[in-house]
Write a protein of this length. Structure first.
Length: 271
């Protein structure tokens, strides 16, 4: 989904919003380069670099018993390799899953990064709202996003909202983001520093960051940030961080299929 608006300059924008306060039809602003304010309902995750194979788990585990010779054995017996990885996962012998690395480029709303960065066993570098002007890209829940929460804390169920609730969320989000971005632009145009002007921007504005993890730390993220019936310890994450985690899981499963299968088979518990 993408959305947006007509092009005007900063002064016209200010006039438009003033007029709107007086009861005129709203006119949504653009950024100074003329780009439209954009609304998205997705989270993008791109694997930009990796050194991550099931073989990395095996040689790390086999050094205990075979030393350097273990490197020669890695591809030798696929069934035995799968068995060993499953054993390591089941017995929570976790350190062999650390000898690998995946770097993701994540483009997501700031409220997703706020949750993601609670995962301390990862490395982050995020774009700066002090050193660059933030782009007018905002998250608004898509039509399939369940809107209504039922149940007690920790065991929430989410059910679809009514068409009216969906329309309300979309309208309110678009309106508030558009107005906030116009305020941001007015302050920048008046010479206010980016680090001050940004304080009016909502958490639904997109940010971007590189996130580097190893398979063990990623499994910890997946165990907590995805909701699966087969999980031995169920978790109930916010849907938007789950969307990010699902994309990371797809990439990891492609790189390390045996490790991913063992994670799945053993209740999605990080070893
Ligand atoms: C559904 C859900 C709801 C949540 N709600 C809230 C909330 O309401 N408020 C809130 O503040 N947070 C909340 N969190 C965040 C949560 O408490 C964790 O901070 C977050 O999930 C990161 O998990 P972690 O510490 O295992 O990850 P990491 O920081 O990546 O740590 C990985 C593992 O390393 C070990 N470890 C890391 N650091 C330490 C340490 N200092 N001491 C001992 N062991 C360590 C632990 O075994 C840990 O599991 C929520 C998380 C989820 C999934």
């Amino acid at each position: 989904m993408g959305g947006a608006t007509a092009a005007t300059d900063v002064d016209a924008r200010t006039d438009d919003l003033t007029a709107r306060d007086e009861g005129s039809e709203p006119v949504e602003p653009t950024d100074p380069d003329g780009a439209a304010v954009e609304f998205r309902d997705d989270v993008s995750v791109e694997l930009v670099r990796s050194a991550a194979r099931d073989a990395d788990v095996l040689f790390a585990a086999r050094v205990s018993t075979k030393g350097e010779q273990s490197l020669d054995d890695v591809e030798a017996d696929a069934q035995r390799s799968a068995g060993l990885i499953n054993y390591l996962m089941r017995s929570r012998h976790g350190s062999p899953f650390e000898h690998n690395s995946m770097t993701f480029y994540v483009h997501a709303p700031i409220f997703v990064f706020r949750e993601l960065m609670r995962h301390r066993i990862a490395s982050y570098n995020e774009e700066s709202g002090r050193y660059r002007e933030l782009r007018p890209v905002f998250y608004v829940p898509g039509p399939e996003r369940r809107l209504v929460q039922e149940g007690k804390p920790g065991h929430y169920q989410f059910v679809s909202g009514t068409p009216e609730q969906h329309a309300l969320v979309e309208r309110e989000t678009r309106e508030q983001c558009t107005r906030a971005y116009a305020s941001y632009q007015r302050m920048l145009a008046a010479g206010v520093a980016r680090e001050v002007a940004r304080i009016v921007l909502p958490l639904t504005i997109y940010s971007s960051a590189y996130v580097t993890v190893n398979a063990r730390s990623l499994m910890n993220i997946l165990s907590l940030r995805t909701s699966r019936e087969e999980s031995a310890v169920p978790s109930y994450p916010q849907r938007e961080i789950e969307m990010m985690a699902e994309r990371m899981e797809e990439e990891w499963a492609r790189l390390m299929p045996l490790s991913h299968a063992a994670f799945q088979r053993n209740g999605r518990v990080a070893p």
